[in-house]
Design a protein around this ligand. Structure first.
Ligand SMILES: [Zn+2]
Length: 248
């Protein structure tokens, strides 16, 4: 059992709203966080459209996807559970169906960085999870069990992002802010890469450029968070906003 601080709860509420505002989540998809590296529980909203999530909707889940709360949970909570189980370094997970990313899950053209802001994608094509390898050819494509979640986490490996064929993607981070940044810029990069592919053969960031750009920019993800947070602040119930310094 862990407890979310008021600030952590406020940040998770804000992350839901930010990801909707940035076009990563819509009526579906979800974002979770845990309170400490390696913690064996994580916090995720009950089954609700992300744009409607408030602090009272956040439920603690264990790594088998269970909660003590009777309210309905997300069908795909196993995505989060199994990534946290496999990756002690991961502090937050975003699962989305963001529209520019999905095409890269169904063709052989790998998602690769074309933007310096997406250097975190690294020097290799982002892995794609093929659900039919574990669920056969008549599944609903959803990650609705621990074994399916574990298989997806295996495809993710140590990558910051994995695509899910015909479905969406996951982005992870060492902080909530980093996971949100990566989800937003994965979508932006996919859009830019598709545009470039329509014009000709893109020149992708080299592995060295991707690493250097990531090293420079990763420390600035908080600036993006601050701007995005300001944009959604008017939509958040006053009681769910982060307390000021010294108020917690
Ligand atoms: Zn999904």
């Amino acid at each position: 059992m862990t407890t979310l601080t008021t600030t952590q709860a406020a940040d998770l509420v804000a992350a839901n709203r930010i990801l909707v505002r940035q076009g990563v989540l819509d009526a579906f998809g979800h974002v979770s966080a845990r309170t400490a590296p390696g913690a064996d529980t994580f916090w995720l909203s009950r089954n609700l459209a992300p744009g409607s999530v408030t602090a009272s909707d956040l439920l603690e889940h264990d790594l088998d996807g269970h909660t003590r709360d009777p309210r309905r949970t997300y069908l795909e909570r196993f995505i989060h559970a199994e990534i946290y189980r496999r990756r002690p370094d991961v502090m937050a997970v975003v699962h989305s169906h963001s529209p520019s990313v999905v095409p890269f899950s169904v063709v052989g053209t790998g998602l690769r960085p074309v933007l310096h802001m997406a250097g975190f994608l690294g020097g290799r094509a982002i892995p794609v999870f093929e659900i039919s390898d574990v669920a056969g050819d008549a599944s609903d494509l959803l990650i609705t069990s621990s074994p399916l979640g574990a298989a997806l986490a295996g495809t993710l490996g140590d990558s910051p992002v994995a695509l899910m064929r015909g479905h969406g993607s996951v982005a992870v981070g060492g902080s909530l802010q980093e996971a949100v940044y990566r989800a937003v810029y994965t979508e932006a990069n996919a859009h830019a890469q598709a545009t470039a592919l329509a014009l000709g053969q893109p020149r992708y960031l080299s592995a060295g450029e991707a690493a250097a750009a990531n090293a420079t920019i990763s420390g600035q993800a908080v600036r993006a968070w601050d701007v995005w947070h300001e944009q959604v602040r008017p939509d958040i119930p006053a009681g769910d906003l982060a307390p000021g310094p010294g108020q917690e």
